[in-house]
Design a protein around this ligand. Structure first.
Ligand SMILES: N[C@@H](CCC[C@H](N)C(=O)O)C(=O)O
Length: 328
């Protein structure tokens, strides 16, 4: 997966040096953060317009830890795409992303980088509006999977509602997932990041709720060499499905935006349709997915900003003694 190896590449370092950009190691003091969620898929948002925060994996994991950190499924660094490229965080600007576009620099809770996060884009867009960084209702949020146009329907201090143009939904073919000791047929789906969506027509909402998703589902690494997010769902009934998800780099989460798009595509395909509108119920709420005839999708749903604060500078520096505390 290109996005994972693009961090701090020699080419990116050369460009950063050429433009005299700041290094991202420990030049930030007392980091501001906000905490938000989209259907209970929760994130720590780090406004970092000058790209000074060193988001090395161990620090991301520590910040996301639910007992010893702030606690979240992932981190959303808030910056402009051009600033991230200048700092060497992005090697190149992804398709459809301009230097002046906002960029959601997403990290999973285990510190790994992922190409895209559908709920993250919704919360990111709500946050930059609520925080006053952006005034428009329609703009592009960059991700490693390309530019994602958003429409902000509502952006109050705490509540938001956002539609994301998720772009192309690409089927990767039939495969299986092993969940809770059972093998489920499913299809691989690329929504910018990899998914394996399994529709089980015999599954009821209560049967779905009873499945044990604590262990990582089994999958074919030949089909998903970079790992995969696995969705298990009921068949379409009255335009809606129930879904649970086990996310790559996180574990079970209460919602996954890209996962709901993959689930909607799989549910429609199971019904013999290519396009349509699907309400996807997840443990953390409900979102609406529309898949168009041209194979692109939109995702609409709520966003909530619940808190803001400051990360202790001494705690943050204590996380990486070899770098942050060198000489201290
Ligand atoms: N929760 C996200 C997806 C986050 C990335 C995923 N875990 C991966 O590694 O691909 C969403 O809302 O889409």
């Amino acid at each position: 997966m290109a996005a994972r190896s693009a961090e701090r590449s020699p080419a990116a370092r050369r460009r950063r040096d050429a433009v005299g950009a700041v290094d991202t190691v420990d030049t930030v003091v007392d980091m501001d953060f906000s905490k938000g969620h989209g259907t209970e898929n929760d994130f720590v948002l780090l406004p970092d317009l000058d790209v000074r925060i060193d988001l090395e994996p161990a620090r991301v994991a520590a910040l996301c830890d639910r007992r010893s950190g702030v606690g979240a499924d992932g981190i959303l660094r808030v910056a402009k795409a051009g600033a991230l490229a200048a700092a060497g965080v992005l090697e190149t600007l992804p398709d459809g992303v301009a230097e002046d576009d906002w960029f959601m620099d997403y990290r999973n809770g285990d510190g790994s980088v992922a190409e895209m996060c559908g709920n993250g884009v919704r919360v990111f867009a709500h946050y930059i509006r609520a925080a006053g960084f952006e005034r428009r209702d329609e703009f592009v949020v960059g991700s490693r999977a390309g530019g994602k146009p958003v429409v902000v329907h509502r952006a109050d201090a705490d509540r938001g509602e956002v539609t994301v143009d998720m772009g192309a939904v690409r089927e990767l073919g039939a495969t299986t997932a092993t969940i809770d000791g059972r093998v489920f047929p499913g299809i691989g789906i690329d929504v910018g990041n990899p998914h394996l969506a399994c529709v089980d027509p015999h599954l009821t909402a209560s049967g779905l709720a009873a499945l044990d998703l604590t262990a990582s589902p089994g999958y074919d690494p030949g089909v998903f060499p970079q790992g995969v997010n696995v969705e298990i769902l009921t068949a379409l009934d009255g335009g809606a499905v129930d879904m649970r998800v086990h996310e790559r780099g996180v574990g079970e989460t209460r919602s996954c935006g890209t996962g709901t798009v993959a689930a909607a595509a799989a549910a429609l395909r199971h019904d013999g349709a290519d396009a349509g509108r699907v309400a996807v119920r997840v443990p953390g709420g409900e979102v609406l997915v529309r898949i168009a005839d041209d194979g692109t999708a939109t995702l609409r749903g709520p966003s909530v900003l619940v808190a803001s604060g400051v990360v202790s500078d001494s705690w943050w520096r204590s996380l990486t003694p070899t770098r942050a505390n060198a000489g201290a």
